[in-house]
Design a protein around this ligand. Structure first.
Ligand SMILES: [Fe+2]
Length: 405
């Protein structure tokens, strides 16, 4: 990885637009590089929401959960969830299957790396996805994308690369397909509950967000962060550059480390893992760097850019980074389910949040599918030519007509 000149962009102190991508700039000082001092703490009290509270008939329990969501998403952009319905044993079984796939030779995995569908299904090779403001440095990871539910036919006609059919490896390791599909659906169900709770927390109709999610291009992704060599550890290399997710809501079931022999093991040090950046305050204009490790038995949910835009910045997309360990040879496996609003949704603050500031920060209104295409180009998954789809594509007809051909 080239040593990037550290570029620290101040985070807006009020609701403001994050870059129109799922990658932000280097906001955290990286090891070995200068940067502003930012408090690092794992003691901040990120709220936990019990999804059983949200489903209860007891208004006090519902209000307790709603208050926790307001604080969690308003301040941290992240919440811990309990009673989420994700089966940890099944998750580990899937991680075993995924590790077996990733261990295959690159040549064998190549047919599943589908640039033609912008890597929205199948294998993402290493050195493919890049952080927008990372000097072009790709992340150190391999991934696999699937859609846990069948595609909506009309949406697939409108945005074919966002709704391709799933791609499955030949002779997939046992439990590969079932494992990721089961995981994706469990996370999606938990996400729907949280989105209903989020709408209630904001005084909106309960199904407002979940209605926008109907038939959308939701994707579940398995990730494996790759081992660093002796010369790469303790440099400025991170496993995943700091960024904000471009979707509505991200569900993270928790990951695990693999030791240099490829066996699951507790982390090699306390250096690596998920860190998030809190909202800026006058006292901490760069925000606080907080470890995003969920309490035992909980999963994590994060605000994405679409939820930030719809709420006019009331909920803020969470900048997060995956730091690498200080020892060579270790890998990390994780998974994420990305819930999106439907591609035909207009991304703009909902009426309730349409203050002059919010309008200024989030104008112009843009179609979610268009926004997705732009972002996928920004992060290197779609080719720049994909942007040509966004304008009129038939100018040549007039030229041909004039030429009489
Ligand atoms: Fe992310």
């Amino acid at each position: 990885m080239p040593a990037p000149g550290i570029r620290v962009l101040p985070r807006p102190t009020g609701p403001g637009r994050t870059p129109q991508s799922n990658r932000a700039s280097h906001l955290f000082p990286r090891s070995g590089t200068p940067g502003p001092i930012m408090a690092e703490t794992s003691s901040l009290n990120i709220p936990t929401v019990d999804l059983a509270d949200l489903a209860s008939d007891d208004s006090a329990r519902v209000e307790r959960a709603a208050a926790a969501i307001r604080e969690a998403f308003g301040v941290f952009g992240l919440v811990y969830l309990k009673n989420h319905g994700v089966d940890t044993q099944a998750l580990n079984r899937f991680y075993d299957a995924f590790a077996a796939f990733i261990a295959r030779p690159a040549e064998e995995k190549k047919p599943y790396g589908r640039a033609d569908i912008w890597y929205q299904r199948g294998w993402t090779p290493p050195n493919t996805e890049v952080a927008v403001a990372s000097n072009g440095q790709p992340d150190f990871k391999e991934c696999y994308f699937v859609a846990p539910y069948p595609n909506d036919a009309q949406s697939a006609l409108e945005f074919p690369e966002l709704y391709p059919e799933n791609v499955w490896p030949q002779n997939a390791p046992p439990y590969f397909e079932d494992g990721i599909m089961t995981l994706g659906r469990s996370l999606h169900e938990a996400g729907l509950k949280l989105l209903r709770g989020s709408a209630v927390a904001l005084g909106l109709p309960e199904t407002l967000f979940t209605d926008l999610c109907d038939r959308a291009a939701h994707v579940t992704r398995a990730l494996q962060y790759l081992p660093l060599t002796n010369t790469q550890v303790n440099t400025d290399i991170v496993w995943g550059e700091e960024h904000t997710d471009f979707n509505l809501l991200t569900l993270l079931p928790g990951g695990r480390f693999l030791d240099p022999d490829g066996s699951p093991a507790p982390g090699p040090d306390n250096k690596s893992g998920l860190y998030l950046r809190t909202r800026a305050t006058p006292e901490a204009p760069n925000g606080l760097k907080v470890r995003g490790t969920a309490p035992a038995g909980c999963i994590v949910a994060q605000v994405g850019q679409q939820l930030e835009i719809l709420t006019g910045g009331t909920f803020l997309a969470t900048p997060h980074v995956i730091t690498a360990p200080g020892v060579p040879g270790w890998q990390r496996q994780s998974a994420a389910h990305f819930m999106h609003v439907h591609t035909n949704t207009v991304l703009f603050p909902l009426e309730k949040f349409r203050s002059a500031d919010a309008v200024r920060n989030y104008a112009p209104p843009v179609l979610a599918g268009t926004y997705d295409i732009k972002t996928l180009v920004d992060i290197g998954l779609a080719p720049a030519s994909a942007l040509d789809k966004l304008g009129y594509r038939h100018y040549d007809r007039l030229n041909r007509q004039r030429a009489g051909t």
